[in-house]
Design a protein around this ligand. Structure first.
Ligand code: UDP
Ligand code: MG
Length: 317
């Protein structure tokens, strides 16, 4: 029974050695049969070299490196595609996804769960902006999206081979793994844990806009609610204008003088302009995504795949 660890990495020279050591230590009692696939966005530091050094000593360590920086979601998908394990765990290299959780995760999988999700109990070391976005984001997405995404779960998760294959079969190119796994379904288990702060280095995401973008991407990719919102607003505003018409008519019939003037007009025009631009923007978000899907560009380009042997896993061909 082979376990694959898929680890997207970018500029993580300070974490790799500790990461490998901790994984090894955590997995020793549970299983010996595993591979660690580092999916490397070309980094200017020594990350690649350090992985190579470890690879030379341990063939279970494998390296996928891309022709350019494709970003964490695509690196993760590439890792899934090249994995051959009966179960695959996606985790970060910075030890924020603690390897000591692995035995508990594997135990759940052996109990028969196809997806095991470690769930963050608290978010230490994260700025309040990110926590706020997470708190509101998960509420919103679970209200309006077609899928249920367990809050505070991130990409850290175990998936059975069946789930991985189904996720890979989805041709979507947005890379919102949480949504895709939720879409695929199967039995899920949650394991609560406390997410520690980063071991070293720094994150390459913008702490506020980064989470916001990921969140919006999730909403747009898994719900068409925003489109209905424009329709709804349209009805509300049309209703409002009918009301105004009635009021004006009433004033006219009563022979009263209508006092509303320039300011009202300015406010109404700019209000409507705003609403219309927002609606066009929402349309644009969906059209942009259609454009992306239609072009169907490759999600990533592998420059080097080391340690995978002559027979690549079926999904990678
Ligand atoms: N990462 C990556 N490509 C990128 C940015 C990040 O592969 O362009 C990796 C990074 O090395 C780490 C994981 O993705 O292993 C999560 O990144 P980070 O710790 O910065 O994000 P956070 O913990 O804030 O979600
Ligand atoms: Mg991190």
């Amino acid at each position: 029974m082979l376990l694959s660890l898929v680890v997207p990495v970018y500029q993580e020279e300070s974490s790799i050695a500790d990461f490998i050591a901790q994984v090894r230590q955590a997995l020793t009692p549970a299983t010996d049969d595993y591979e660690i696939i580092f999916a490397l966005d070309p980094s200017s530091d020594r990350t690649g070299d350090i992985i190579e050094e470890h690879r030379a000593a341990d063939p279970r360590i494998k390296l996928l490196s891309f022709s350019r920086r494709f970003g964490q979601p695509m690196a993760t998908l590439a890792g899934l595609q090249y994995s051959s394990g009966d179960a695959v765990v996606v985790m970060d290299a910075d030890l924020q996804d603690p390897p000591e959780l692995l035995p508990a995760i594997i135990a759940k999988w052996r109990e028969g769960f196809e997806v095991v999700l470690p769930q963050r109990r608290q978010r230490d070391g994260e700025p309040w902006t990110k926590r706020l976005v997470a708190a509101i984001g998960y509420k919103l997405i679970n209200k309006i999206a077609d899928v249920h995404i367990p809050p505070n779960t991130g990409d850290f998760r175990l998936m059975s081979r069946r789930v991985v294959n189904e996720v890979l079969r989805l041709k979507e190119s947005h890379g919102f793994l949480r949504g895709m796994v939720a879409l695929v379904g199967f039995r899920q288990a949650l394991i609560p844990f406390d997410r520690p702060p980063r071991l070293g280095g720094r994150t390459h995401y913008n702490q506020f806009v980064g989470s916001l973008r990921i969140g919006f991407n999730g909403v747009y990719c898994f719900s068409t609610y925003a489109l209905s919102l424009s329709t709804l607003l349209g009805f509300v505003i049309a209703g409002f204008s009918f009301l105004l018409m009635a009021i004006y008519l009433f004033y006219k019939l009563m022979g009263w003088q209508i006092l509303w003037g320039n300011p009202t007009l300015v406010i109404l025009i700019s209000f409507l302009g705003g609403i219309q631009l927002i609606s066009v923007g929402i349309l644009g978000e969906y059209i942009g995504r259609i454009y992306e899907e239609v072009r169907a560009r490759p999600k990533f380009i592998v420059e080097r795949a080391e340690g995978f042997g002559p027979t690549l896993p079926p999904a990678a061909k």
